[in-house]
Write a protein that binds this ligand. Structure first.
Ligand SMILES: [Zn+2]
Length: 461
């Protein structure tokens, strides 16, 4: 009797385990089948890596960036547009892991749960995807970066729409160079540097140190330090490229005085600097639709006093992604809270349009509104007195901060970040030119090329 009871118990356990497994695998199949079927390694896919019936990808104005004709994937007829958009659109392969044709391949190929990949020819048509990017701005950005390696990222700080995102080096998805893997010219060509690379931010990081000081000290604006061009801070020298004398916060930012911000960072200390860097998006990823950025890094856990001083001017081991830099400017423009950037405007399929258009989603607050407003004033002053507003863009009212981030004895990355105050053109941006040497003479002109084009598009200038 005892034996029979334990045997029935075993049967019951095994039956339950069987049904649990069945439910688990069914759920898994429903959730993941589209993904599995569209793996490029799936032998059932052919020629265009499964894109032969894929939907069309449009820019924000309906310009076709990629479409499938006669079972072939065809990209825009303008070579510059093809190249400028390669990191956003992708190529036939999935080499660019953050591109739309990689991340949205199940939707583009419209894998069907009933038919699988065996959808009858008459029904074959992937979902169309409309992006927020503007191909004209893309082209302007590519022209501005030229043969330099770098990234240009512009987005609407009110709506979150990414209007321009270009990473160089580029390649033509319609004629992929045979030596792409070997030629140094294409070094990192599969990386979208706007989100997948991080760089020493240099003086652009002074915006974060400024936000920290403005939040911590009610009298921050009247804090002064004396700059003689070099000073021993935390046991070692900190240097400036010029001598500013007695400077306050406003003039220290426009002069980009290292000694001022190094002293300020040391005054704030390790914990507060880390707290405000975290608030500004450091030590975290940024999710942009299905793409995820690498982390921007601010880590002073092992830092000496001199290291903390240098961290306050964006040196030491500080690293930043262009997208995070643009979001800091967006937060300043937007009263302290940045809008999350996104690039999928809408997706159209058999079941109608899935609109993501107008999805204005706020990220976490980076600073209070009074601090953001004060920073706007300071960046406005910096743009007007140190760079010249007309030099940045004669048609738009741009607030900005440059950076020239030392990455070796003689080498420096050129940065500029900022935003337009114009109602019709609410764009925030970040530009980096690798080894560009000067934020002022290299990064600003690159930003200008896109800003001038944007003025034409949004303001008919
Ligand atoms: Zn100085």
């Amino acid at each position: 009797m005892k034996n029979t009871r334990s045997r029935s118990f075993m049967v019951l356990i095994m039956t339950l385990a069987f049904f649990a497994g069945l439910i688990y695998h069914t759920i898994n199949l429903v959730i993941h089948s589209a993904e599995w079927a569209s793996f490029p390694t799936n032998a059932h896919l052919s020629d265009s890596d499964g894109l032969e019936f894929a939907g069309t990808i449009y820019d924000c104005n309906g310009v076709v960036l990629a479409e499938s004709i006669d079972k072939k994937r065809i990209y825009n007829s303008d070579e510059d547009i093809r190249k400028a958009c390669v990191h956003i659109v992708g190529d036939d392969s999935t080499n660019i892991s953050t591109a739309v044709q990689t991340l949205y391949r199940p939707e583009l190929t419209d894998y069907n749960f009933i038919y699988g990949l065996g959808v009858p020819d008459a029904l074959k048509k992937g979902r169309d995807i409309t992006l927020t990017i503007n191909s004209e701005l893309q082209k302007a950005a590519l022209g501005a970066l030229g043969s330099n390696k770098g990234a240009i990222f512009f987005y609407n700080y009110k709506t979150g729409e990414i209007v321009c995102s270009v990473s160089t080096p580029v390649y033509d998805p319609a004629n992929i160079p045979e030596d792409i893997e070997q030629n140094a010219e294409y070094d990192g060509a599969y990386l979208d540097r706007t989100i997948s690379s991080s760089y020493a931010p240099g003086s652009t990081f002074k915006l974060v140190t400024t936000a920290a000081a403005l939040t911590e000290y009610p009298d921050a604006e009247s804090i002064t330090y004396n700059c003689n061009g070099h000073e021993e801070i935390g046991g070692k020298e900190v240097t400036c490229y010029k001598t500013s004398g007695e400077v306050d916060l406003k003039n220290a930012l426009s002069d980009s005085c290292n000694i001022y911000f190094a002293n300020l960072a040391l005054k704030l200390g390790k914990d507060k600097m880390t707290y405000y860097a975290d608030k500004a998006g450091f030590n975290n990823y940024i999710q942009i639709d299905r793409a995820e950025s690498v982390k921007s890094v601010y880590d002073v856990s092992q830092a000496s006093d001199n290291d903390i001083a240098w961290s306050g001017v964006g040196q030491y081991t500080v690293l930043e992604t262009p997208v995070n830099m643009a979001m800091i400017s967006a937060a300043i423009a937007n009263g302290g809270v940045p809008v999350k950037p996104y690039f999928i405007k809408s997706m159209e399929g058999a079941f109608g349009t899935e609109g993501t258009k107008g999805k204005t989603e706020l990220a976490e607050s980076m600073m209070s509104k009074p601090v953001a407003d004060k920073l706007t004033e300071l960046m406005d002053y910096t743009a007007a007195t140190s760079y010249g507003k007309d030099y940045i863009c004669p048609y738009l009212d741009v607030c900005a901060k440059t950076g020239t981030a030392e990455v070796g004895a003689e080498l420096a990355h050129a940065w500029v970040t900022g935003f337009c105050k114009d109602e019709e053109c609410p764009l925030a941006f970040a530009v980096i030119v690798e080894y560009g040497d000067s934020g002022y003479s290299v990064a600003i002109p690159a930003a200008s090329a896109v800003l001038n084009k944007a003025a034409q598009i949004y303001k008919n200038q």
